[in-house]
Ligand binder design. Structure first.
Ligand code: ADP
Ligand code: MG
Length: 335
């Protein structure tokens, strides 16, 4: 088998099989948004790592250094948010193509990442610097903490749970298309910002976890269907998504028709939303509504989990269901 046939998730499964035995203080190793390590009777340490690579995640001529810095931290913060955790500090390792990168760009990058870190209460605590020849590589490892009994995993979903998502889906994928193709209409800056300057739902994740509301949670980085598939597979239940409930922003409604042949699939599989997707026992739905009001964040019910469903099914406005292919972003399968 070729490496590219395996795909990103096939490859990760292969790695996981190689390290089945973990020491007892590792409460979760590979397989969730962050690793969970027992630290004391009531505290766990969380650790996540995400990288951004020039030419794949960003183009240097189309990206402001400051925004890129903040985004590199934001995508990692989103994984701590998905566990309901509190971020502490991060290491930053850079591969620098020294012949073509300007020092001004790197200064702006550091200005972006450290000022965003200050805003989010996390510090830069180390890293590594290397020549990288052709491309600019950005690699972060972010440390967080959480109360031991409060961490939310991908695999906690239960039969009958309602599925909720924060904010709006598809904006970031649409923002990327607009940045590549141009256009001028109301709401453009908001959509571009969703791609270039995502705001992770750290506070939302913390409050959800503190109140013990979700049974399962994940952040949406690869697209709703791909990330829901992780909850489904790890929880051992199926899901039905009500397509009319998939939240799309007012700006998305204005722009999507001209930039996507199928706007709905952009919202379902576009990726880089950095919203939270979580499942909740029906009796806690009132607490979700309260939290949405308190934090002034839209939180929408998009479907349910059920044991009798196999995989993910999409229900259209006429009530017809069809099985979904969990297509999202996969580094090795996207052409
Ligand atoms: P996320 O999208 O939430 O960042 P990923 O899909 O990147 O999560 O990763 C899923 C899981 O696989 C995580 O636990 C991550 O740490 C682990 N993982 C990803 N790549 C590797 C790798 N090369 N070696 C070991 N673990 C990996
Ligand atoms: Mg994640």
């Amino acid at each position: 088998m070729k490496f590219s046939d395996l795909g990103e998730f096939g490859f990760i499964n292969r790695i996981t099989r190689r390290c089945p035995i973990q020491p007892p203080f590792i409460l979760k190793g590979i397989g969730d948004d962050a690793a969970v390590i027992s630290f004391s009777d009531d505290l766990v340490i969380l650790l996540t790592a995400d990288q951004l690579i020039e030419g794949f995640h960003f183009r240097i001529d189309e990206t402001e250094g400051k925004r890129l810095g903040a985004k590199a931290l934001a995508v990692n913060l989103s994984d701590i948010a998905a566990m309901g955790g509190y971020p502490i500090g991060y290491t930053l390792s850079l591969g620098i193509p020294s012949q073509r990168i300007a020092l001004d760009f790197l200064d702006a990058f550091y200005e972006g990442i450290t000022s965003f870190g200050e805003m989010m209460g996390v510090a830069l605590i180390g890293g590594d610097t290397s020549e990288s020849g052709e491309r600019f590589f950005i690699s972060l490892a972010l440390l967080g903490k959480a109360s031991k009994g409060k961490v939310i995993y991908r695999g906690g979903g239960k039969d009958g749970d309602l599925l909720y998502v924060t904010g709006w889906l598809g904006d970031a994928a649409l923002g990327l298309r607009i940045s590549e193709q141009g256009g001028n209409r109301a709401g453009k800056e908001n959509l571009l910002a969703r791609h270039f300057s995502p705001l992770p739902r750290v506070k939302e994740g913390q409050v959800l976890a503190e109140r013990g509301i979700p049974n399962a949670m994940i952040d949406i980085s690869d697209g709703l269907l791909a990330d829901l598939n992780h909850i489904v597979e790890q929880s051992g239940v199926g899901a039905e998504v009500d397509l009319s409930g998939v939240p799309r922003s007012p700006e998305f409604q204005i722009w999507a028709r001209d930039f996507a042949a199928d706007p709905l699939s952009l919202a379902l599989s576009g990726g880089e939303d950095y919203e939270l997707l979580f499942s909740v026992s029906p009796e806690k739905s009132i607490q979700v509504a309260q939290l949405s009001q308190e934090l002034d964040v839209p939180i929408t019910c998009i479907g349910k989990l059920a044991r009798e469903i196999k995989g993910i099914w999409l229900k259209d406005e006429q009530g017809r269901s069809k099985k979904a292919e969990p297509r999202g972003y996969d580094h090795f399968k996207t052409g």
